[in-house]
Every structure is written in C-alpha cells, then in structure tokens.
Ligand binder design. Structure first.
Ligand SMILES: [Ca+2]
Length: 217
C-alpha cells in the first residue's frame, strides 16, 4: 500500500510540472480508475518516457546549434585577412617614380594575401575591406601616391615638404571588393616617396567582413 501511495505521489509531482509529451499522451486519470493497484507504476513509466523524449529532443537541438556555431567559427577563421607593411632604409631604393611600391618590411601578412615581391594585395574573397596609406616627404619636396584597385585610381594622397609642421599624409578608405581584385600603392611620374628606418611610409589593409560572391556594394 505504501508503494502505491508513493507512486501516486510521484505521479502528482510530475503532473504538476511542465508538460513534455505530446497531445496523444495517455489519459492518466482513466488509468487510475481502471487499475488503482498498478496505476502509479504505469504513470511513472509514462512520465519517464516523456522525459526521455524531451531529453532526446533537447540533445538533438543542442547538437544542431553546436554544429552551426562550429561552422560560423570555421568561416570566421578562414575569412581572416590582414596585412601591414612599410618601407625602411633597408631597401637599396631611396625614392620611387612611376612604379608600384614594394614595401620591404612586413609587420603582418595574415593570409599571405599581400605579395611581398610585387607589392600587390589580392582580395581572397568578396567583402568589405579597409585600407590605409601613409606617405612621408622627409627628403623630397613633393611626395604623392595613388591607391589603385585593378589599375584604377581610387584615391590620391599628397604631401608637400614646406615650412610646415607635418611631413606625412595619410588616407583611409573602405572599399567593397570581389575575390581576386588587386590593390596596390602606385607612385606616378613626378611623385616621390621618402622613408627611413622609422617606418613612416606604410600600407595597411584588412577584411572587415565577407560578402556573398554575387553581392558587391
Ligand atoms: Ca608638409
């Protein structure tokens, strides 16, 4: 008798909690009316089955969420692209004219998308990128350069070494690129860039976020 009472108390406890089962679950009250001696055991089994089903559904949902999270982390890791380079006086060339600047000092080249031989950054995937160029006019009167994307001038930067307070100029842009687009710093005819071992002439870029292949802002 004590066992039956205990089982019925367990049933009451489960019945007062959250419902885990479906609408087709057994009618507990009718079971008790049919067989009062064994109703507690049957009801407890029913509740245990409901708990098991709820637990299995929860585990399945969590596994799905973990899979999605792992995919996002993997994509973020693959999408990392950043570089920062400079000119230093380790180079044998003092000034440039009508040529692509090949920076000879690498602070960072995450993803190896900046080519240290050609001076060209190649976008690894479609996305929104940020670029910064700083030129130094310490030893020349007219320092200027262009930031080009696929051979097209996107922005020009100029610094004149006059009797003023600054000898550097910087430009920062955000640019939407497709995979394979090429970005470089070019020094046209009549322009020069000065530099020394203080890394005053730099070129930096990084991927802010990637875009779908057929989507470009
Ligand atoms: Ca100046």
């Amino acid at each position: 008798m004590r066992v039956v009472v205990l089982l019925c108390l367990l049933h009451a406890a489960f019945a007062s909690g959250e419902s885990w089962g479906s609408d087709s679950a057994l009618d507990d009250s009718s079971l008790c009316l049919a067989d009062k001696a064994s109703c507690g055991c049957c009801l407890m089994n029913t509740q245990m089955e409901r708990m098991e089903n709820f637990f299995n559904l929860s585990v399945s949902y969590m596994r799905t969420c973990i899979g999605k999270a792992n995919l996002i982390v993997s994509q973020l890791t693959e999408n990392r692209s950043a570089f920062s380079v400079s000119l230093s006086n380790d180079s044998s060339v003092d000034y440039f004219e009508n040529t692509t600047v090949i920076y000879n000092h690498v602070f960072l080249n995450l993803g190896d998308n900046y080519n240290t031989s050609s001076g060209v950054f190649t976008a690894p995937r479609a996305g929104v990128y940020s670029f910064a160029v700083t030129i130094y006019s310490g030893r020349v009167n007219h320092s200027c350069a262009e930031l080009q994307v696929n051979g097209i001038v996107v922005v020009k930067i100029t610094e004149r070494k006059a009797n003023d307070a600054e000898d550097s100029a910087t430009v920062v842009i955000t640019q939407s690129l497709m995979a394979g687009d090429c970005v470089l710093v070019f020094v046209p005819t009549g322009c020069y860039i000065s530099y020394d071992n203080n890394h005053r002439t730099t070129f930096t870029g990084f991927l802010l976020f990637s875009l779908d292949m057929d989507h470009k802002y």
